[in-house]
Each structure stands twice: as C-alpha cells, then as structure tokens.
Design a protein around this ligand. Sequence first.
Ligand SMILES: [Zn+2]
Length: 118
Amino acid sequence: MSHAKDLKVTRKQLLAKRKEVLEGVSRAREMGSVETESGAPDIADRATSAFQREFSFSLSENEGKMLRLIDEAIARLDNGKFGMCIHCEQPIERQRLQAVPWARHCIACQELQDRGEM
Ligand SMILES: [Zn+2]
C-alpha cells in the first residue's frame, strides 16, 4: 500500500466517505427544519420539534466516531503512516484497506480488540 496512485485513490475514497457521513447529517438537519417550518402553533408541539431539531443537529455517536476514524486515516496519509497498524506497526492487509480504508488495526490486532484482549 505504498504506491502513490493507490494512496491517491484511497484519499478519494476517504474524502467521499467523509462527505457521505456529513451529508447524512445535513439531511437530518434539513428534515428537522422542514418539520419546524411546517408550523406547529401549539407551544408543546413547538417545544417537541425544537428538541428534535437540536437532537438532529448533533452528530450521532456513530457518525462522530466514523468522522474521527476518517480524519485520522487522512492524517496518516499525510504523514506517511497510512496502511500501518497503529498497534503492532505491521502493514495492514491490502484487501482490508481496500474494504475499510479507515482501518487502524491489522486483522490480528482487530480481533484482539474485538475480544477485548487489547
Ligand atoms: Zn496489528
């Protein structure tokens, strides 16, 4: 995973995924504002939609985590550490990176982490 062209493709994948996550968030925001503008004269209703709006404004836990992983992967692309397991510093399997370009661990370390042994 050191080929310059591969890295360029990977960067594109990461940026596309990042956009996808952010667009999902802004879609949720739009839905929130449409709901509010459709008019809820009742104060209780208005309070509810304000609450929903606020809720959809913040990133969900998964989205926030995803964005962080993507940003970290982009940072690793920038500092030349991309494709290296952050735990054992061995190269991450190429196929794994193609499927999950924001992967931080090689498969062996990921399995350890999934089992809670790391
Ligand atoms: Zn590892």
